[in-house]
Design a protein around this ligand. Structure first.
Ligand code: NAP
Length: 244
């Protein structure tokens, strides 16, 4: 799974198609969408139009928890709209508020075993909820996608995911961050990059998957242009400290 991905929530219509095309052109190789975003067809069209081979792109979509009992139909619709035969990752978007956590997880496992998705995971789950899934089925989610950023940094949560073999994927890296915070602008100036690039780079150096969203071509490119500098240990620690 690539550490850098592209988010598509609130990208609609022509701008969803255009931004995914721009992201693939800029080098992103993970695209994150969801049934609930209502843009899988546009994302799929952009993947097809991009000319990037399907096998080079890691495609994630998500099952709304209220589709319990309609999992099979939902993944079928996602695949059809995305124009692909198999997902790379299918997530449960939120823990279900009705029914139990384990039933929907068992269905996800069956669907994964039937080959419609390479891997399965969860989103917005606590470690306790993940433990419930592992205890009942012996299968940990491949990924937990949760809200993450410097101000939400929590070493114990990072460690907890690592111990369970669950990849941590962060969402809303910018919405959870004050990009004008001097703790970030000072580091950005030292590397001649933007605070947004520092935030993306910080995730990657921690081994945490990051999926920034933008519909603005210049931002799409610059958010991915994070492989030409490296944060020092002191800089990483001072960004971590924003979470305390
Ligand atoms: N699993 C879940 O429950 C869940 C929840 C939320 C999000 N997600 C996923 O995570 C992705 C990212 O999260 P997000 O969309 O909530 O928020 P985000 O990526 O933190 O922030 C997106 C916002 O930041 C702006 N932005 C982008 N690049 C910028 C830059 N370089 N400088 C300043 N502003 C910049 C964007 O504006 P423009 O677009 O106008 O450029 C947009 O308003 C989503 O798109 C979605 O795929 C998942």
């Amino acid at each position: 799974m690539p550490l850098l991905g592209f988010g598509t929530w609130q990208a609609h219509g022509e701008s969803a198609h255009r931004s995914v095309m721009a992201a693939l052109e800029a080098g992103y190789r993970l695209i994150d969408t969801a049934t609930a975003y209502g843009n899988e067809d546009l994302v799929g069209q952009a993947i097809a139009d991009s000319g990037v081979p399907r096998e080079d792109i890691f495609v994630t979509t998500k099952l709304p928890a209220e589709r319990i009992g309609r999992e099979q139909r939902t993944i079928g619709e996602s695949l059809r709209m995305l124009g692909i035969d198999q997902l790379d990752l299918w997530l449960i978007h939120w823990p279900p508020s009705r029914g139990n956590l384990v039933d929907i997880w068992r269905t996800m496992i069956e669907i994964r075993d039937a080959g419609q998705t390479r891997t399965i995971g969860v989103s917005n789950y606590s470690l306790g909820q993940i433990d419930e899934l592992i205890a009942a089925t012996g299968e940990a989610p491949a990924v937990n996608q949760i809200k993450w950023g410097p101000r939400l940094y929590d070493e114990a949560l990072v460690q907890g995911h690592r111990e369970r073999g669950v990849a941590l994927e962060g969402y809303s890296p910018f919405k959870t961050t004050r990009l004008g915070d001097p703790a970030l602008t000072t580091i950005a100036d030292a590397h001649n990059v933007t605070p947004a690039q520092v935030v993306v780079r910080w995730h990657i150096q921690h081994g945490i998957v990051v999926i920034p969203k933008s519909v603005t071509p210049a931002r799409i490119r610059s958010n991915a242009d994070v492989f030409g500098f490296e944060l020092t240990d002191d800089e990483m620690s001072s960004i971590d400290a924003m979470g305390h």
